[in-house]
Design a protein. Structure first.
Length: 327
């Protein structure tokens, strides 16, 4: 297993390097940071524009291979991901957004997986019963509700509740507002900010895992090895738990592992609704402002998450199904 992990990590490092390099060349070809300055009124002198672009290493008049080598050398030697067109360092900006996204999506992702998989198992065992029909109907409804609509509905309900109670129970913007040193008050303030976006992010993930896990488990419940276990006298619940559930969890584990990157960058709408400066919101800003270095840094982090998920998916699959051998 250790040799397998080392081999895969080396392969993934090479893949990440190639993918990030291709992203840099693609962003350099499609983005035009010079237009940020040319559209200003009054327009700055050309010499000033070139100077600003040179400082950020995004001057289109410099050969792209030269810019790429400077960018790569800065990362390898100084862990410097460059500057944005407004001369702000990209590395600290991405790091702070990653921290905000971690606070925002970690709990929601865990709750979505736990509740979604549990509901999938619960409804699969009760296929076509009223519990299955009601929960499937609710899941389908929430699955098609746009994130923006759900976010606004949750925010409006929270505002109404605050008004009726006459006290601020929930905050609808940001992740923190407490400025004191009391850790208990800080944690309470954090929860007041976190509950609403957590609900908005948890529900879509939960219903998605519910429906997929139900489908996977129904497929394995009728497998030959499960029917054989039942024929030997093993009760249905025990046969499902010992045999069908482990196998059905493999595709779910793979889906969870490969969704790590989208968890960080896919909460754009929720971050905008609740005014949270997360990684997804930052990614859209880098594209809108022609920030080559910023967009490549976010893409590189997404690549790290994706390849980490791929490795975890292989390990989870081997752990859940002993028939799988890693070599």
């Amino acid at each position: 297993m250790i040799k397998y992990i080392i081999k895969r990590v080396i392969n993934y490092i090479v893949m990440l390097f190639v993918a990030t390099s291709m992203t840099y060349f693609l962003a350099s070809a499609l983005m035009d940071p010079r237009s940020n300055y040319m559209s200003r009124n009054p327009r700055p002198p050309i010499s000033s524009i070139n100077r600003s672009l040179d400082l950020a290493n995004i001057n289109d008049q410099t050969p792209v291979l030269v810019r790429y080598w400077r960018w790569l050398t800065g990362i390898v030697t100084r862990w410097d991901w460059g500057l944005s067109p407004n001369q702000a360092p990209v590395g600290p900006a991405v790091a702070s957004r990653i921290s905000a996204s971690l606070q925002l999506v970690t709990l929601a992702t865990i709750l979505g997986i736990i509740f979604g998989v549990s509901l999938g198992v619960y409804t699969a065992i009760r296929q076509y019963k009223w519990q299955d029909r009601v929960l499937n109907g609710l899941s389908t409804f929430f699955l098609v509700v746009p994130a923006a609509v759900m976010g606004l509905m949750v925010a409006m309900l929270a505002i109404m509740l605050n008004s009726n109670v006459g006290a601020r129970i929930f905050y609808v913007t940001g992740l923190h507002s407490y400025q004191g040193d009391n850790p208990i008050m800080w944690f309470i303030d954090f929860l007041q900010h976190l509950i609403l976006p957590t609900i908005v992010i948890t529900i879509p993930g939960m219903v998605s895992y519910h429906l997929t896990q139900r489908t996977y488990l129904l497929d394995t419940m009728n497998a030959d090895y499960v029917r054989t276990a039942r024929a030997k006298g093993l009760p249905l619940n025990l046969a499902i738990r010992r045999h069908a559930l482990r196998t059905s969890l493999i595709p779910t584990a793979v889906n969870v592992a490969f969704s790590i990157a989208s968890v960080f960058t896919g909460a754009v709408i929720t971050e905008n609704v609740f005014a949270i400066n997360g990684l997804g919101r930052y990614f859209t800003e880098t594209i809108a402002t022609n920030d080559i270095n910023g967009s490549v840094a976010v893409a590189a982090f997404g690549g790290v998450c994706t390849l980490t998920g791929a490795l975890l998916a292989d390990i989870f699959s081997a752990w859940l199904d002993p028939r799988i051998r890693l070599s």
